[in-house]
Design a protein around this ligand. Structure first.
Ligand code: PEP
Ligand code: MN
Length: 348
C-alpha cells in the first residue's frame, strides 16, 4: 500500500538515448507510483572507457520526458557547472553522488553554485563508511542556504567479496537519522544490492527502519542497459515489487500495545544495565592482567590468547543463535577497550 508522504524516485541509471529515457518515463508514469524520474546525465565510472553519460544533451531529453509525462526530474551533480546546467533545464531534484560526497572540495563547489537557489538537494552517503564526511556534506549544502535537503543511503564499498555491491551498514544511516531526525532519508536498494532480485527485500528493510522513500533504478529494457544492468528492473517489475511492500505505522495508541511494549522495554533496560555491569567486571580483570604483564615485562597484545577468545566466543555465540558477524564485532570492541586500559597501565 502506498502513502503519499513517501517519495519514490525511479528511472534509468543513465540517460542513454532520448527514446530510452522517454519510453521508460512513459511506463513509469503509467504505474501511477513515481514522483521523480531519475537519470544519470554525467556518470562517474570506476574505470575509463565506459559510458560516461550523455552530458547536457541528456538534460534536454530529461526535460522532454518531463513535459511528456508530467513527472518531476532528478539527476546527479558533481560540479558547480552541473548545478547551473540542471537549473537551466528545470531539473527538480539534484543529488550529490557517493563519489562526490566523499570530497569536501567538490561538495563545496556544488554548494557555492547552489547559493541563492531554492533547489531540492539529496546527499548520498560517501563511498566509505565515514559518518562525519556525510554530515559535513549535508552541512555544506545547508550552509549554502538550501533548506530542501534529503539523504540517500546507498551503502558503502568494501574490499573483497561481499553479498552486497555496497554493504548497507545500517548502523550508519540509523545514527544519521538520530542526529538529523527532521531530514528525510531514502534508500537506494539498487546500488546497495547490485542485483535486481534483492531490491525489494532491502527496500522493505529500509521501510521497517522508518525511511521516507526509495530511489530505484528502472529501465525499459534492463538487460540492454549501458550502465548497471544487473540491478535495473522494468517499470512493471517496479510496480509489482513496490505494491507488495508493507508500510508499517510509526506506532499505535492501542492500550494493549502500549502496555506490552512498556513491559518489554523495561526488561531491555534491565538487561542493558546488567550488560554494562558485566563489562565493567570484565574490564576490572583486564586491568589486573595489565598490571601483571607490566610487572613481568610482558607485551599487552597476546595474539594467541586473542585468537582463542575470538574462536570460543564465535562457537558459543552460534549455540546461542548470535550471528558470527555480531559476536566478532562485539568481541573486537571489548578487546580494543581492554587493550586501551592495559596500555594506560603500561604507560604509568
Ligand atoms: C547512480 O545513482 O547511478 C550512482 C552513480 O550512484 P552512487 O553515487 O550511489 O554510486
Ligand atoms: Mn547506477
Amino acid at each position: 500500500m502506498t502513502q503519499n508522504k513517501n517519495i519514490l524516485i525511479s528511472g534509468p541509471c543513465s540517460a542513454e538515448t532520448e527514446k530510452q529515457l522517454v519510453d521508460t518515463a512513459l511506463q513509469l508514469k503509467d504505474t501511477g507510483l513515481v514522483d521523480y524520474l531519475r537519470a544519470g546525465i554525467w556518470k562517474p565510472r570506476t574505470n575509463p572507457g565506459g559510458y560516461e553519460g550523455a552530458g547536457v544533451k541528456g538534460l534536454s531529453w530529461l526535460l522532454n520526458a518531463k513535459n511528456e509525462t508530467g513527472l518531476k526530474t532528478a539527476t546527479e551533480v558533481a560540479t558547480g557547472k552541473h548545478v547551473e546546467d540542471c537549473l537551466n533545464f528545470d531539473v527538480d531534484l539534484l543529488w550529490i553522488g557517493a563519489r562526490t560526497s566523499v570530497n569536501p572540495f567538490s561538495v563545496q563547489h556544488v554548494a557555492d553554485a547552489l547559493k541563492g537557489t531554492d533547489a531540492m538537494v539529496f546527499i548520498k552517503n560517501p563511498v566509505n563508511p565515514d559518518l562525519k564526511l556525510w554530515i559535513g556534506a549535508l552541512e555544506r549544502i545547508q550552509k549554502a542556504g538550501i533548506t530542501n535537503v534529503g539523504l540517500i543511503h546507498r551503502g558503502f564499498s568494501s574490499y573483497g567479496n561481499s553479498e552486497f555491491r555496497n554493504a548497507p551498514l545500517w548502523q550508519i544511516p540509523i545514527e544519521m537519522k538520530r542526529l538529523f531526525p527532521e531530514i528525510p532519508m531514502i534508500c537506494d536498494p539498487s546500488h546497495i544490492t547490485g542485483k535486481r532480485a534483492r531490491i525489494f527485500e532491502i527496500s522493505q528493510k529500509s521501510l521497517d527502519l522508518d525511511y521516507n522513500g526509495l530511489i530505484i533504478e528502472s529501465h525499459i529494457s534492463p538487460d540492454e542497459a549501458w550502465t548497471d544492468k544487473d540491478q535495473q528492473i522494468t517499470p512493471s517489475q517496479l510496480k509489482i515489487g513496490y505494491e507488495n511492500l508493507v508500510w508499517k505505522k510509526k506506532t499505535t495508541d492501542l492500550p494493549d500495545f502500549q502496555l506490552q511494549i512498556d513491559e518489554f522495554r523495561e526488561q531491555i533496560n534491565f538487561y542493558d544495565d546488567e550488560l554494562l555491569s558485566l563489562i565493567r567486571s570484565r574490564m576490572n580483570i583486564a586491568e589486573k592482567i595489565g598490571q601483571l604483564k607490566r610487572s613481568n615485562n610482558v607485551t599487552v597484545l597476546q595474539n594467541n590468547r586473542w585468537n582463542e577468545i575470538l574462536l570460543k566466543s564465535i562457537v558459543k555465540g552460534k549455540q546461542l543463535k548470535l550471528s558470527e558477524e555480531f559476536v566478532k564485532s562485539m568481541m573486537e570492541l571489548l578487546h580494543v577497550e581492554s587493550i586501551r586500559l592495559q596500555n594506560e597501565i603500561h604507560e604509568l
